[in-house]
Design a protein around this ligand. Structure first.
Ligand SMILES: CC(C)(COP(=O)(O)OP(=O)(O)OC[C@H]1O[C@@H](n2cnc3c(N)ncnc32)[C@H](O)[C@@H]1OP(=O)(O)O)[C@@H](O)C(=O)NCCC(=O)NCCS
Length: 192
């Protein structure tokens, strides 16, 4: 049986120079709807096809509740990137598929507001969040996969220290098509 680690305490809040990273409350669903709606066209080529409900408050109220529950159950850490005053959501970084036992690993996905690209914000967020995943969740491996044509994502991962481990054929269904991906991973330096 795969062991699980539970996190009953307060939900994590990670502060960086410019951002606050946290699991939003369900009352903050409208902020997520704004982020998703204003970046709908921008994110379409890089993500799975989204149902129409994905752009509704009702969907995000439930989804944010689920994300908090999944964090407490130890299966994911889905963080929103916000300015410190929490006036809006400018991005997300999602650590999902957390598996314990002999694996101690997860997958990472992320997206940033189109208008805020090129300022190092995702690098800043992931530097802090990866550190949290290693030191507080104690995972050994964070895996991130990207489309070969997604050069911005590949460069970001390389700068963060992720190492290419291979290529997977038809790994994920992106925007309606099964797509090959580059496989990368970052390892917990404490286990070196
Ligand atoms: C992938 C994505 C998050 C990258 O965003 P980004 O802003 O390029 O990422 P970074 O935070 O690493 O910023 C790097 C850029 O900021 C610049 N920058 C400015 N100040 C910086 C700082 N203090 N530190 C680091 N970079 C800085 C860098 O020079 C670089 O700019 P350039 O690409 O024009 O050379 C974004 O393009 C995105 O959301 N894409 C769509 C979704 C997606 O692809 N998700 C991943 C699927 S695998």
């Amino acid at each position: 049986m795969v062991s699980r680690k539970l996190f009953p305490g307060p939900l994590p809040e990670i502060s960086t120079d410019r951002l606050l990273l946290k699991l939003p409350d369900s009352g903050q669903a409208p902020l997520m709807v704004d982020f998703r709606s204003s970046n709908r066209t921008f994110l379409e080529p890089w993500e799975p096809r989204r149902p129409v409900e994905f752009y509704s408050n009702a969907y995000w109220r439930l989804q944010l509740q689920r994300q908090q529950r999944d964090y407490r159950n130890g299966t994911s850490l889905c963080l929103a990137l916000m300015p410190p005053d929490e006036s809006r959501i400018v991005g997300v970084c999602n650590y999902t598929n957390i598996v314990r036992g002999t694996f101690q690993a997860c997958h990472l996905g992320y997206a940033l507001d189109e208008r805020l690209q090129g300022q190092g914000l995702m690098f800043e967020a992931l530097t802090a969040a990866n550190r949290f995943v290693f030191s507080e969740l104690g995972l050994n491996r964070i895996m991130a996969n990207y489309l070969p044509r997604n050069t911005r994502s590949g460069q970001l991962l390389e700068r963060l220290g992720f190492v290419v481990e291979g290529h997977a054929r038809r790994l994920l269904q992106i925007n309606g098509r099964w797509e090959d991906h580059v496989l990368t991973a970052l390892l917990n330096p404490a286990n070196d």
